[in-house]
Ligand binder design. Structure first.
Ligand SMILES: [Zn+2]
Length: 321
């Protein structure tokens, strides 16, 4: 049975993802095993691919490397990158010297619920939006006109930050001091809950960022936006953390995101001087391999805003954990 083809024409729904990982495991016996690290909040299995040459032992018996993707709902390319990695390893299979010595754990979509919302609606959320208690004057994203998509709406507003693009009126560009009205603000397609008629409209209720839900230097909201109720309050992050804690053979972890076109490395808080010097050296050296392949620079997360002179501190970040 040939390995499944990885198409790049569109992002995958959960069912497409499931079919792909099932086929990959079925087509690479003795190399790829499909498991689950637990269930998402909405009950979707969080797929795990364990990849190694089992003729020299299972992944658990070897030093192992973990790859996860798509912790942020709209960063669907992370799933594709993780599947590309898995498929490449599976294609090398028993011919690979690496797989004789090393195991790979690949979780292509750690946030299957958020990704499903993003891929099926084009709506935008960070990791999860808590809609259990709806707040007044708050817009909740919804496909209002039934075209299957959550698009962006423009509204004329004297203080709006956008003007329409003279080259293509369908597009909006940033307003400058020379711009002439009409000005526009934007809102995602949706319904405003208990609207009071003013233009003070918030978008979505409480947003959770699962890359702020990890235990190292976790801080509550609002000190750290998106942190959640406590470290690992989100079942998907708890499942991943428990998986990591139960695998003392892990020596490295990589998360796939779509952010600032960079290979990001620790620290996410504080100063580089707080870290072990040898650790920094080896992380930098490994990150430079990524930089060679991508052409992106290596930057510590604290320097994430490259155009800003100030360092940032992202508390409860996976990197620091
Ligand atoms: Zn991200």
């Amino acid at each position: 049975m040939p390995l499944p083809r990885l198409q790049f024409a569109h992002f995958m729904t959960y069912d497409e993802l499931t079919a792909f990982v099932e086929e990959l495991a079925a087509s690479a016996p003795g190399v790829v095993r499909l498991r689950s690290i637990g269930d998402s909040r909405e009950g979707r299995a969080i797929h795990l691919l364990a990849i190694t040459d089992e003729s020299t032992g299972p992944a658990e018996a070897k030093p192992a490397y973990l790859v996860h993707g798509n912790i942020h709902a709209v960063e669907l390319a992370g799933t594709h990158a993780a599947l590309f990695t898995a498929r490449k390893l599976a294609a090398e299979g028993r011919k690979s010297e690496l797989l004789k010595r090393v195991g790979f754990y690949i979780v292509p979509r750690i946030n299957p619920d958020g990704a499903e919302f993003a891929v099926t609606t084009s709506g935008s959320i960070r990791s999860r939006t808590d809609r259990s208690e709806r707040a007044a004057n708050t817009l909740y994203q919804e496909d209002v006109n039934g075209d299957g998509l959550i698009l962006t709406m423009r509204l004329p507003h004297p203080n709006g930050p956008f003007v329409s693009d003279p080259k293509d009126r369908r597009l909006l560009i940033r307003r400058t001091r020379k711009s002439k009205p009409p000005f526009f603000r934007t809102l995602p397609e949706g319904m405003v809950h208990e609207w009071d008629g003013t233009d003070h409209i918030a978008v979505e209720g409480r947003s959770l960022d699962w890359n702020r839900n990890w235990s190292y230097d976790w801080r509550p909201e609002p000190e750290q936006w998106g942190a959640g109720d406590f470290p690992f309050s989100e079942p998907e992050m708890r499942a991943l953390a428990e998986f990591i804690f139960s695998r003392p053979n892990l020596f490295g972890i990589l998360g796939y995101h779509t952010g600032p076109n960079a290979v990001l490395r620790p620290p996410s808080t504080g100063s580089e001087n707080d870290l072990n010097e040898g650790d920094v050296r080896i992380m930098q050296e490994l990150a430079e391999v990524g930089a060679e392949h991508t052409g992106f620079p290596v930057i510590p997360v604290v320097k994430y805003r490259r155009d800003d002179a100030r360092d940032i501190n992202l508390r409860g970040h996976f990197h620091d954990f």
